[in-house]
Design a protein around this ligand. Structure first.
Ligand code: ATP
Length: 245
């Protein structure tokens, strides 16, 4: 018997309080262990979709399930444990005096204490290669290091689904590659919102393309990126000189 999908989104539609309709009926099914890139031009609805996955946004129509559990007001605490979002700006999730305290904050909030908490913090920092910085202030880290710590704060909660918003933005090539290595090594169900098409190709076997609040394409990343008409129709473009071969 097969289990439920890691993520199921059915006919998700949402208008912001000012009346702006951002999503018109998004369908998406992600199986456990898949890494899926969410592509689309500015204003397509990518962030709006992602913010629904752990209930930051709600009140639209449609249905979302995380590993079989519907996202609703009554399941919010468990949903937030299952879905970890790493925001584009690490400063949105780092606010404690030290790296270690930042990484401990989430799991402590979910009830972990003592040695179990210390082990969890160490594992999360190990996974992103930041163990030696545990006692430093996040304020004194480089942008790339802060990005890694932000990822560690989410990993420490042991989410079933990792959601990353523009993980490669503002990263130097080495930090970009190192982050890719970390993400590949995690082997976790991952949704990655990105404008960085080569990064999507490197990390995500599958991509969904969103535009105008609907999914306009869903398939192997290589196939989507090879479709120059599709890319042009949705204001996407591979970097000059980039080859899929
Ligand atoms: N708080 C808000 N109130 C009203 N409209 C909003 C709000 N936030 C976003 N929108 C609108 O919803 C639509 C989808 O925005 P969203 O941020 O989801 O796009 P996106 O695909 O993430 O874009 P980008 O690539 O630029 O980050 C846009 O038309 C945007 O103007």
């Amino acid at each position: 018997m097969t289990g439920p999908p890691a993520l199921l989104v059915e006919r998700l539609a949402y208008a912001y309080p000012d009346g702006h309709q951002a999503l018109y009926g998004v369908d998406l099914r992600v199986e456990p262990g898949e890494r899926v890139a969410v592509l689309g031009p500015n204003g397509a609805g990518k962030t709006t979709l992602v913010l629904h996955l752990n209930g930051v946004l709600s009140g639209g129509s449609g249905r979302i399930e995380v590993a079989g559990l519907p996202v609703s007001r009554s399941t919010l605490r468990e949903i937030r444990r299952r879905v970890g979002i790493v925001f584009q700006d690490p400063d949105d999730q780092l606010f404690m005096p030290t790296v270690g305290e930042d990484v401990a904050f989430g799991p402590a909030n979910f009830g972990l204490t003592g040695e179990a908490l210390r082990v969890r913090v160490r594992q999360a920092l190990d996974a992103v290669g930041m163990t030696e910085h545990v006692d430093r202030s996040p304020l004194h880290l480089s942008g790339g290091q802060r990005r890694r710590v932000a990822l560690a704060t989410v990993l420490a909660c042991d989410p079933e689904i990792l959601v990353l918003d523009e993980p490669s933005s503002n990263l130097e090539p080495v930090a970009r590659r190192e982050l890719a290595e970390v993400l590949l090594s995690l082997g976790r169900t991952t949704l990655m919102v990105t404008h960085d098409l080569p990064y999507a190709l490197q990390l995500c076997p599958r991509s969904v393309l969103i535009d105008g609040g609907v999914v306009v394409a869903d398939g192997p990343t290589r196939d989507l990126l090879a479709d120059t008409d599709l890319l042009a129709a949705h204001r996407l473009e591979l970097p000059y000189g980039f080859s899929l071969d």
